[in-house]
Design a protein. Structure first.
Length: 464
């Protein structure tokens, strides 16, 4: 090891920032690599400086935490203990005898290759939205819930005047209240889960009173803006010619099936829809890290089963910013100790570990409540496009299963091209798996994102 060991942290959201500060404060040279033009990730997304936002904190409820992280990062950059590489899109982490090489593409065109050498790697790659198809979901005006929030936080913009927010999960609350506060007429918040299910898990949920207060605050804002809440309802179809003009919603029975007698149409020009989040595990998979279901497996120190590779935040399981901060702090301290050749002292991160335990239990209970409707695929018509990149329909996926014998997503991909486009199945995989009736499977891609052949040919030629 060098006198000052080198740690590459990939992802500058809450987990990556917490890990960077913890490791840098303990004598580690950290290179923080992120695809965004500035630190903060999706959670701490802010308007561009040229927009001159008077109150950028208005859409955040943890602004002081962000200020602490921002100031800490700036101090370490000034002291040259942290190098922050923005607008760097990592496509591979290569493990070799001398350590690791992080390969990235720099700039908006993603064509300028960069290589970063490190003795260890910490993955804080976050998560992405789970998207499920339905008739009309490709119409202009239909956006993901996270996309609507990103427009608000990053651009102070909305995509229409009248919106419906639909799907399931805690993200719908800040999206609906944020749109309403921005002057949008939120015609309905359509939540597919059953709120009474929360009562059956009240003991676990009550152990995190801060989250209960946060939820109560959102509920109060919905009331203030007179936003109707349709619990145990789902969007059946989006309507429009060239652009969204209305959505059809319906109540769900106990089994999660649409009750035909309850169908109704709501006029709107924006539909913000989301069905939860999924961990980003592409880089972890290329390194050979073990997965627990959809998330990266880690031990109590946030170590993966690959030596000198740590993971923290949403990539180890969806749980929000506070959990990501706790995991990042633990991972950074553990990495610093291990890189210096000493055994970490868990007592030093005991408060963060207690937070991690509580929040993991809280979000595990919440996940069981906020699951998509069990029979959502029954409402997807055969002519509904499932894979937007390759324009593969639900009918083609069903034919691959019923007539051609496909029993897993990879076989469906080979038979239909679903998942072969630019996103490599990140957006359509849940929809394809649900329609095919096959379990989720790791992608095992050799590269985390599309890369020009010229970059591949030159990989490894230049030193950092």
């Amino acid at each position: 090891m060098t006198e000052h060991p080198r740690l590459a942290v990939i992802g500058a959201g809450p987990a990556g920032l917490a890990a960077t500060l913890a490791a840098a404060a303990r004598g580690v040279r950290v290179t923080l690599i992120d695809a965004a033009p500035g630190a903060g990730g999706q959670f701490y997304r802010r308007p561009a400086p040229e927009l001159r936002a008077a109150r950028p904190q208005a859409l955040h409820h943890q602004w002081h935490t962000w200020e602490r992280l921002r100031d800490g990062l700036h101090a370490h950059e000034t002291a040259r203990t942290v190098r922050h590489l923005t607008d760097h899109h990592v496509w591979l982490v290569d493990r070799h005898r001398a350590g690791f090489t992080v390969h990235a593409l720099r700039g908006p065109e993603q064509r300028d290759p960069v290589e970063v050498r490190a003795d260890a790697v910490l993955l804080a790659t976050g998560g992405y939205e789970k998207v499920l198809p339905f008739p009309g979901w490709t119409l202009p005006g239909v956006v993901t819930a996270g996309g609507a929030q990103a427009m608000l936080k990053g651009g102070l913009a909305v995509s229409g005047r009248t919106a419906v927010v639909a799907g399931t999960g805690p993200l719908l609350l800040p999206v609906a209240t944020g749109l309403a506060a921005a002057g949008v007429d939120v015609a309905a918040l359509v939540e597919s889960s059953d709120p009474t299910a929360l009562l059956r898990r009240s003991r676990t949920l009550a152990a995190e009173p801060g989250k209960a207060l946060e939820g109560a605050g959102y509920a109060a804002r919905l009331l203030r803006h007179r936003v109707p809440v349709l619990a145990r309802h789902s969007v059946v179809e989006a309507h429009g010619t060239g652009r969204l003009t209305a959505v059809t919603v319906a109540a769900l029975d106990r089994a999660g099936r649409v009750r035909p007698a309850t169908v109704r149409r709501i006029v709107c020009d924006t539909l913000a829809v989301g069905h939860g989040m999924l961990p980003h595990t592409d880089l972890a998979e290329t390194l050979g890290c073990r997965l627990d279901g959809p998330a990266v497996h880690v031990d109590d120190e946030q170590r993966t089963d690959v030596p000198l590779v740590w993971a923290a935040g949403e990539t180890t399981g969806i749980g929000g910013a506070a959990l990501s901060l706790a995991e990042g702090h633990i991972a950074g301290r553990s990495a610093a100790a291990r890189l210096h050749g000493t055994a970490p002292d868990p007592a030093g991160w005991a408060p963060a570990a207690r937070t991690r335990t509580r929040l993991r239990a809280f979000f595990a209970a919440l996940d069981t409540v906020c699951a998509p409707p069990a029979h959502w695929a029954e409402q997807v018509t055969d002519d509904t496009v499932v894979c937007r990149c390759e324009e593969v329909t639900a009918g083609a996926v069903r034919t691959a299963v019923t007539e051609l014998g496909a029993g897993d997503r990879r076989t469906v991909k080979l038979l239909t091209r679903a998942g072969m486009g630019w996103c490599q199945g990140r957006m359509c995989a849940p929809g394809v798996e649900g329609l095919a009736g096959c379990p989720p499977t790791p992608s095992r891609r050799p590269l985390a994102r599309p890369v020009p052949l010229g970059v591949l040919a030159r990989a490894g030629e230049d030193d950092d």
